[in-house]
Ligand binder design. Structure first.
Ligand code: ATP
Ligand code: MG
Length: 507
């Protein structure tokens, strides 16, 4: 009985409020309403010691989603899922979390910064003519915003430090939650038309990390430090007046981990990968267009640079070509141009690396890989363009230990000493060592794998010794043949001189 009475009283109170609000909306013209609101704000702010700042979701005339709103949302999402009582669950594009929980509308959460308490509220306003629409869907003109409230005595701290901190932190969390992507360039014939793009991508899910990368610890740490310095080097690069980019040249025989290292770098830096296939790029203009489309926080990769194009000889050949070109008829020349495919030149690539457009956006890493570092034009790999040259080489003992940990979960073993000695004598790539460490059947244990590796190393050692002996034998034969040739020449010369002496009548 009591409950029913209470409900009916509450019902009539609600009806009265709605009635007054409708009257207010209907009979007061908008300008009078605004003025009344402004007076009430003035009066309340006189007694109310709190400051409020709102961050609307959309800003500007073209209603662009505000970056600040997005960053605040990410920041609050990270903290609100523990403290807020009402949460909203959403599936967010490009995030590796299946569901993202954020604070619901009209929910308030508190935050603390350097001992100062602040409050965030997620709100929305509905403007327009239907204040009491009970439609199932939210009204189309609902405007969402975040409201930050704090005591006026902390005005400077909040406006100058806290907001900046929230925005930066939000960006940092967003980049950590982001799924990495691997982009490849499309041939320019598909660049135009509906929804076409220069780069296509897949989600990048390579598990490589510096921890699992087999190489000397000292070398690995040096690379990690270099990458860390680059990541936090925005001010430093601005100070020294250099574009915020860094070039790495990874070189070494096949199977020594160049591609694996690129994947580890992408995961470590949390940057997207742009795998540039140079043979699909028609000319330097296309190359420039492709680069302009790469955003900051990306790694641009050109694998096997020595095979991608005949970059090394292009400069030398150019002069000869120009001479020949003048003599050819135009039809033939056009046909040849067409069949040549890519016309990216070394100078185009050099401009790509350190030309003016490599500075737009900043924070980019460029990686070249090659199996034959000596084949490359020195201009392409000089310091400043390729700032760091990293050699990936045959498997040493330290690298083996990383592989043993990865593949067999093994820190040490009685057979390690023998393997270490063999690795000093034999050149085997980490790819081959890894292959031998993998169990060949379900009943093979850790020791069997190590024995397999020892056998493989011994076979490789024998082969190397055999090859060396053959080479030495060949070299010896060559020397012998040369000696014989020399002796024959000598004999011939002697014969000639004795004949000459005879002809001239000397005895
Ligand atoms: N240093 C390494 N650390 C860990 N795994 C490695 C390493 N080197 C090679 N591997 C293993 O061998 C395989 C081949 O290595 P990867 O593709 O990185 O070699 P690469 O140097 O890029 O060879 P290529 O010159 O032929 O492109 C990888 O899948 C990886 O499992
Ligand atoms: Mg590779």
């Amino acid at each position: 009985m009591m409950m029913a009475e209470l409900w009916s009283q509450m019902g009539s109170l609600m009806a009265t409020i709605i009635f007054i609000y409708t009257l207010f909306e209907k009979f007061f013209p908008p300008n009078l309403r605004d003025r009344l609101q402004s007076y009430t704000h003035k009066i309340t702010s006189h007694f109310y010691p709190y400051i409020q700042i709102t961050f609307p979701e959309f800003t500007g005339e073209r209603l662009k989603r505000s970056e600040a709103y997005t960053s605040i949302q990410t920041y609050l999402t990270a903290s609100s899922s523990h403290t807020a009582k009402r949460l909203k669950a959403e599936v967010v594009k490009d995030s590796h979390k299946p569901l993202v929980l954020s604070m619901d509308d009209n929910e308030e959460i508190a935050d603390e910064f350097r001992g100062v308490k602040v409050w965030w509220t997620a709100s929305k306003t509905t403007t327009g003519s239907q204040p009491f629409s009970f439609s199932y869907y939210p009204p189309p003109d609902a405007k969402r915003y975040y409201k930050l409230s704090f005591h006026k005595s902390h005005r400077d701290l909040i406006t100058m430090n806290y907001i900046h901190y929230v925005l930066e932190k939000g960006k940092e969390i967003a980049s950590k939650n982001r799924q990495l992507k691997l982009f490849t360039n499309n041939p320019s014939s598909g660049w135009y038309g509906y929804k076409s793009t220069k780069w296509s991508h897949v989600i990048f899910e390579h598990p490589a990390s510096f921890e699992t990368l087999a190489m000397e610890e000292r070398k690995k740490e040096e690379i990690i430090k270099d990458l860390e310095k680059f990541k936090g080097g925005k001010e430093y690069y601005a100070k020294i007046g250099k574009a915020w980019k860094r070039g790495y040249l990874l070189y070494g025989p096949p199977g020594t981990g160049k591609s694996t290292m690129i994947a580890a770098m992408a995961n470590f830096m949390n940057y997207d990968l742009y795998d540039l296939e140079l043979t699909a790029v028609k000319d330097n203009t296309e190359l420039r267009k492709l680069l302009i489309e790469t955003p900051s926080k990306s790694i641009i990769v050109i694998e096997d640079i020595d095979c991608s194009l005949d970059l090394t000889g292009q400069r030398k050949k150019k002069k000869e070509e120009n001479e020949n070109e003048k003599e050819k008829d135009p039809m033939k020349r056009a046909q040849e141009e067409e069949s040549k495919g890519s016309k990216v030149t070394l100078s185009g690539l050099l401009n790509f690396i350190d030309g003016i457009w490599s500075a737009c956006g900043g924070e980019r890493i460029i990686i070249f890989t090659t199996n034959f570092v000596d084949k490359l034009d020195p201009a392409l790999i000089r310091r400043g363009r390729m700032d760091k040259h990293i050699e990936l080489s045959y498997c040493g003992f330290e690298a083996f230990r990383v592989l043993a940990k990865n593949y067999l979960d093994l820190e040490t073993h009685g057979l390690f000493g023998r393997i270490g000695k063999l690795l000093e004598e034999v050149n085997m790539t980490p790819a081959d060592v890894a292959e031998n460490l993998m169990p060949k059947s379900v009943d093979e244990g850790v020791e069997d794998c190590l024995i397999n590796l020892i056998k493989a190393l011994e076979i490789a050692k024998e082969e190397e010794a055999k090859k060396k002996a053959e080479e030495e034998e060949e070299a010896r034969k060559k020397v012998e043949e040369e000696e014989e040739e020399k002796d024959k020449d000598k004999e011939k010369n002697n014969e000639k001189t004795s004949e000459g002496v005879k002809e001239n009548g000397f005895h």
